[in-house]
Design a protein around this ligand. Structure first.
Ligand SMILES: Nc1ncnc2c1ncn2[C@@H]1O[C@H](COP(=O)(O)OP(=O)(O)O)[C@@H](O)[C@H]1O
Ligand SMILES: [Mg+2]
Length: 354
């Protein structure tokens, strides 16, 4: 049985609890659990004890309720039922439950995608309309600059106008990049090459200063099915953020490893798909880190903490990684640094030596 089930008698002793129940709630199975007090065996899970014990008192039982196990980072969906004897007296209660963590993660991503879709249409329209007038401002300020060569003050102002128009244009270009439906030019891509190119690109975009960049890569990696140009953008954006966070001093480490993942059997159709090889790339910096309350928001489009930021860098990263059936995770200890982990599936036809 893939679901968990716990049944208790009216006197609070356990009638039955399956292995899945102990696994999901991370409780060691006692040697002989029947007739042991439920609240004692599950004392480390007071929420569960409360939920199931309440089944005796309730007149209407929840059809589907959820429990969040914060320490395990799990979401459990459960239903309760009462067990009655022939006279109709309640003699026991049963909780059926399922680990919803993976389902919940998928739903969260789905919701984000919907939000982005409508926002995207609007943004694409605006960005498109803005591109031409901005280019016009830049060109005309350039022409005017040539007519007032003898006025130093005017020269400075015009130079400022041009650089501001350029900045605005860069944001618009980024925005279009973000909202345009993604079209991947798939090829067998060498992640090592992508990472080397990304370092060069990031350095050309922002000031590197004295930041040390260490690439920790195995001598060869299996190829991934991917769009080389767009994958470069993923790591370029992560690296520009790291450079900006470090502000001229600190360390960035880029590492890549191949991993074998076993997927949750509940989500695999074909058993031969259960094991997949992935490449995990970590981009780690020892900068200020991301405060925990912001970690959910930094991937949102337009979320930025920088005065001149567009807030689109990570939104683009997520979009490209999603399109590659990959994953991106953030872990950060404020004050110690930030690690972005990108996981990409290895191309099924890839051998190590291509
Ligand atoms: N390596 C990092 N260290 C600390 N904060 C980061 C890092 N990367 C991203 N962030 C945070 O995430 C926010 C969003 O990043 P991003 O989407 O690239 O937009 P932008 O760089 O334009 O602000 C940044 O403003 C910053 O607060
Ligand atoms: Mg950025």
């Amino acid at each position: 049985m893939r679901n968990g089930v716990i049944a208790i008698h009216r006197d609070g002793t356990i009638a039955l609890a399956n292995d899945e129940a102990y696994r999901i709630f991370a409780i060691p199975r006692p040697a002989d659990e029947t007739r042991r007090a439920f609240n004692e065996v599950f004392r480390d899970r007071p929420d569960v004890v409360r939920a199931l014990s309440a089944a005796f008192e309730m007149t209407t039982l929840p059809n589907r309720a959820e429990l969040r196990l914060r320490d395990l980072d799990r979401v459990i969906g459960y239903t309760l039922s009462q067990v009655r004897d022939d006279q109709g007296c309640v003699v026991g209660a049963v909780m059926y439950f399922k680990d919803l963590t993976l389902v919940e993660q998928a739903e969260e991503r789905e919701r984000l995608r919907d939000r982005l879709a409508s926002l995207g249409e609007m943004a694409a329209g605006i960005a498109h309309e803005l591109k031409n007038p901005l280019a016009g401002i830049e060109v005309m300020a350039g022409l005017l600059r040539r007519q007032v060569t003898d006025l130093p003050d005017a020269q400075t102002l015009l130079a400022d106008i041009i650089s501001e128009a350029k900045l605005a244009n860069a944001i618009v270009v980024e925005m279009l990049e973000f909202v345009r439906p993604i079209r991947l030019q798939m090829e067998q891509t060498d992640v090592r090459e992508v990472l080397h190119q990304s370092v060069t690109l990031a350095e050309s975009k922002v000031r590197r200063g004295d930041v040390a960049v260490v690439l920790n890569l195995p001598p060869s990696l299996p190829l991934v099915d991917g769009d080389q140009h767009q994958l470069c953008q993923v790591f370029t954006n992560l690296l520009t953020n790291a450079f900006e966070a470090l502000d001229g001093r600190g360390h960035i480490t880029i590492s890549a490893v191949v991993e074998e993942v076993t997927q949750d059997p509940a989500f695999v159709v074909d058993a031969s798909d259960a094991r997949t090889r992935t490449i995990t790339v970590d981009v780690t910096d020892d900068g200020p880190g991301v405060p925990p309350d912001l970690s959910d928001r930094i991937f949102d489009p337009f979320f930025t903490t920088k005065p001149q930021g567009s807030g689109l860098g990570l939104a683009i990263v997520r979009k490209i990684v999603d399109a590659h059936d990959g994953r991106i995770d953030l872990s950060s200890a404020p004050g110690h640094g930030t690690r972005f982990r990108v996981t990409l599936p290895v191309s099924s036809g890839s051998s190590w030596f291509k």
